[in-house]
Write a protein that binds this ligand. Structure first.
Ligand SMILES: [Zn+2]
Length: 376
């Protein structure tokens, strides 16, 4: 009995083992084949998730011929992937923004070209692109957004401002980015951090408690009154400039430097009592909107002349102030940009790099410099 039983069982068992071995071999083979395919894609920079989806969507050959592509990678990772936009994803430049694929889908649906979408994405934030994608297709996209500092969220204001004034695109973008298309003081951004390149004007304000972090008293020999204060950095630069001027026979003096928020309140009241509201509106900055509160601005005079604009010191400053990091802030050429009438005596310390750039570019306004390089 025992013998017969073992004769029957052995071949059945052996066959089962063989089948099992074959199945295991097949699974292993498929797995290796699958891993090789995935590896081809991950080597190109596609993630595991994206590579998996690419394989199962049968797009592997297309993706392999396109090569590395971050937008395509994100599209395959995303639940918003739309097969009919495959070629578009491949041609739209990747940018780090939330809901990127969703926004691209929406912009394609509205009718924008791949090139249009590249322009839109590179001038917007996650929020502004999302809002823009919800609108109907707009005109003049390339006209305004050929400048890299043009902002997507300002699109309507660009169109309105250039329609109303006839200004060209560049002027329009600079003006609107500075919020100069808004009523003075009505619409302003709060500036809270002290820095050499900070911008304070009728659309960029300081709060009541702001003071420069390095406030220091100005020695009497440099100033027309005792106990004036300013930023130490600015004072050091002024002293350097003062000595250079002195060596050439020029006598500079500081007539006004740091003014606190409360000082500006008092100043406004003083001019209001003396000359009335119209004068104040025109010539005196409201508290919080004066550059003197930064501690980086000086009203400079000449010890040789009562009118600084007519002094030889003024002429010297024109070609020398920048070497020490100072720029004349309010030129009549750009009253519209700064919001202030010309003030030949008002200088601002911005550091040597910015001052040199400004000097070498036709003494552009700090406002223009801000739009071009600082307003990120
Ligand atoms: Zn001033």
């Amino acid at each position: 009995m025992k013998k017969i039983k073992s004769v029957h069982v052995k071949p059945v068992f052996a066959t089962a083992l063989k089948v099992l071995g074959f199945i295991l071999f097949l699974i292993l083979g498929i797995f290796i084949f699958y891993r090789v395919q995935i590896r081809d894609l991950t080597k190109l920079g596609y993630s595991e998730v994206a590579s998996n989806r690419i394989l199962f969507s049968k797009n592997k050959q297309k993706v392999m011929s396109i090569g590395e592509n971050k937008t395509l990678n994100l599209a395959f990772e995303s639940d918003d992937f739309n097969e009919k936009y495959f070629q578009n994803y491949a041609k739209i430049k990747y940018i780090e923004q939330d809901h990127l694929i969703q926004n691209i889908n929406q912009l394609l649906k509205v009718g924008y070209s791949n090139q249009d979408i590249n322009i839109i994405l590179s001038h917007g934030t996650s929020e502004s692109v999302e809002a823009f994608a919800k609108r109907d297709k707009v005109h003049y996209l390339e006209e305004f957004f050929s400048y890299d500092f043009a902002k997507l969220e300002n699109y309507d204001r660009y169109v309105q401002y250039s329609d109303e004034t006839g200004e060209d695109e560049l002027e329009t973008i600079i003006y609107v980015n500075l919020d100069n298309d808004q009523v003075d003081y009505d619409y302003s951004e709060l500036v809270s951090k002290f820095s050499l390149d900070m911008l304070v004007n009728k659309h960029h304000r300081l709060d009541e408690n702001f003071a420069p972090s390095d406030l220091t008293v100005i020695e009497e020999e440099y100033a027309s009154e005792a106990d004036m204060q300013c930023s130490r950095l600015a004072l050091n630069a002024f002293k350097e400039m003062y000595r250079a001027a002195e060596a050439e026979g020029y006598q500079l003096v500081i007539n006004s430097a740091y003014r606190s928020y409360q000082d500006q309140v008092d100043l406004v009241n003083f001019y209001f009592d003396a000359y009335g509201q119209e004068y104040v509106d025109k010539y005196v900055a409201k508290p919080g909107y004066s550059e003197h509160q930064t501690g980086l601005a000086f009203d400079i005079g000449s010890r040789n002349s009562r009118t600084f604009a007519n002094s030889k010191e003024f002429v010297w400053m024109k070609d020398n102030a920048y070497k020490y990091g100072f720029i004349m802030r309010f030129d009549e050429r750009y009253e519209d940009l700064t919001g202030f009438r010309k003030e030949p005596w008002h200088y601002r310390y911005v550091g040597k790099d910015i001052a040199k750039y400004v000097y070498e570019h036709n003494n552009m306004s700090l406002e223009e410099y801000y739009v071009l390089f600082l307003d990120k």
